[in-house]
Design a protein around this ligand. Structure first.
Ligand SMILES: Cc1ncc(COP(=O)(O)O)c(C=O)c1O
Length: 518
């Protein structure tokens, strides 16, 4: 039996909500309680026969009270989760302008390939002779990554960009130990993603910040002043998180190498240069690649991710186990620190990495071809520059263009309006867009970082630009109150983000619900 009355709210509770309707619903957006609140005792999704009488063998371990699961019908559960999924804004719903996070369209062909039983059902502990096809796929993907970056080796197992950073720094540490050198500092530009300093610190290095210059690039003189015999590595993102190509990168690499340090490149933004620039030619010693950002594997929701790390000759021997190698009878795996893999720094993950992501990434590469990947980078850069140019007069670009794959604005255009970056971004939600990245990178005041990606059409960009122009005009017209109240049309309005971070309620308990309602 299905009972709407349990799911839907009405009466006094609803009147307290902002919807303005009797039910609290807005159009087809249903306002409903948690499944636990919808509980009706005795209701069940299945009709099981009474079990035959049996002897009680549990003794004192027998359950004394009810199990605490809600009584629900099958349609109630299906509708609840379907409605929840519809509340989730996604790249499949519309333009997703988050900068630095690259919410890129995931072609459905990739999904089809990843679900082929030979890939989808493969088990990491199967005998090697039965998974030669899977190893061939890993080897082919490794070949593409090495070719596109110009690097001779790649570690495939890291499960995210940040995990790749860890892999890179652990390889560097192993190489330094082999050189019998104790270098304890890692230099990280101020504009870096938070994972860079966090990884270096987690690896036991002291982190020192390098300032940005007025052009949003690494201040070369400041970098040179910090380089010395105690520096293990520079971690530099290119293109950087201001969406700019580090134009002095060759000189930077030279200075790092002259100081005896390694050049780690955060390759999360490789989607802006893939097929156009090979990091090896820039002097990079190792670099992680976020497959989800460059090669269209799904992103968000906590994974599974994939962040392979390409390595120069000097770091390749230290790559983590297991290694997939060409043997006499096909592919073999080196699982232990001996023979060719005797210098490996150890193991980062149980097995070879995220197979499903490998299939999706290779499917993307092969369906685009090398010329297509080059086009992807060009289109991503073109789209970002279109946004930067079109909004240049209405909003305030943080640095003069051109930019790479993302357009960065500061909050100068909101000066004296009473509208903050947060208010502006919240108002965008009512217009049907997920907000852009806010307040990052930290080197820019009130930053608004927009990455359209390559698949947005000119029409789609024009609509987004028109909305931003209208919002900027409204902010400048003195209508700050409107922005302070936004968003108006969402199932929930502004949440107390501090309380959510400091006092998160992660588990439903009847008392907490009662308290929250009071
Ligand atoms: C520049 C940069 N570096 C590192 C990362 C970390 O990657 P992941 O989220 O896969 O750990 C990101 C993530 O978006 C990033 O933008």
């Amino acid at each position: 039996m299905n009972d709407w009355s349990q799911a839907l709210s009405h009466g006094t509770k609803a009147e307290r909500r902002d919807g303005g309707t009797f039910s609290g619903n807005r159009g087809l957006q249903i306002e409903e309680g948690l499944l636990f609140e919808q509980d009706a005792s005795g209701r069940c999704g299945v009709d099981l026969p009474e079990p035959p009488a049996h002897a009680d063998r549990l003794g004192s371990a027998r359950r004394r009270g009810p199990i605490g699961l809600p009584g629900l019908s099958e349609p109630q559960v299906i509708r609840h989760f379907t409605r929840l999924s519809q509340k989730n804004y996604a790249i499949d719903s519309g333009l997703y302008p988050l900068g630095s996070c690259t919410m890129k369209h995931n072609p459905r062909l990739n999904e089809k390939m990843a679900r082929l039983p030979g890939f989808g059902d493969v088990h990491p502990l199967q005998p090697v002779s039965t998974v030669q096809g899977a190893f061939e796929l890993i080897d082919t993907l490794a070949h593409w990554l090495k070719t596109l970056t110009g690097m001779p080796a790649v570690a495939m197992s890291p499960a995210a960009g940040a995990h790749g950073e860890l892999c890179g720094l652990m390889s560097i540490r192993a190489a330094l130990e082999a050189r019998k050198e104790t270098r304890h500092k890692v230099l990280v530009p101020e504009s870096a993603h938070g994972t860079n300093p966090a990884t270096a610190a987690a690896c036991g290095f002291a982190v020192e910040a390098i300032p940005a210059d007025a052009r949003g690039r690494v201040d070369l003189a400041a970098l040179k002043a910090k380089l010395g015999p105690d520096v293990a590595a520079l971690m530099l993102t290119n293109p950087n998180t201001c969406g700019l190509f580090e134009s002095e990168i060759i000189e930077i690499a030279k200075a790092v190498h002259e100081a005896g340090a390694y050049f780690y490149c955060d390759g999360a933004n490789f989607n802006a240069i893939v097929g156009r620039v090979r990091p090896a030619d820039l002097g990079v010693d190792c670099m992680h690649i976020n497959l989800h950002k460059t090669f269209s594997t799904p992103h968000g929701g906590g994974g599974p991710g994939s962040g392979p790390v390409v390595l120069a000759e000097s770091l390749a021997p230290y790559a983590p186990l297991p290694w997939v190698v060409h043997g006499k009878k096909g592919f073999e795996i080196l699982e232990h620190k001996k023979g060719a893999a005797k210098k490996a720094f150890g193991r980062l993950k149980g097995n070879h990495g995220q197979m499903g992501m490998f299939v999706r990434a290779l499917s993307y590469m092969m369906s685009h071809g090398s010329d297509g990947l080059r086009q992807v980078a060009s289109d991503a850069v073109l789209n970002a520059n279109y946004i930067l140019a079109e909004l240049g007069k209405d909003m305030s670009p943080a640095f003069p263009g051109p930019c790479m794959h993302e357009a960065l604005f500061d909050d100068h255009f909101l000066k004296d309006t009473g509208v903050a970056t947060l208010d502006f971004a919240k108002a965008l939600i009512d217009e049907g867009y997920h907000p852009m990245t806010m307040y990052f990178p930290l080197v820019v005041h009130g930053a608004l970082l927009i990455e359209p990606t390559e698949t947005e059409s000119k029409d789609s960009l024009d609509h987004f630009i028109a909305v931003l122009k209208a919002l900027a005009k409204r902010a400048k017209s003195g209508d700050a109150d409107y922005f302070h109240g936004a968003p108006y049309l969402t199932p929930r309005r502004r949440l107390d983000e501090t309380a959510a971070a400091r006092k998160p309620i992660l588990r439903w308990r009847p008392e907490e619900v009662k308290e929250a309602a009071e």
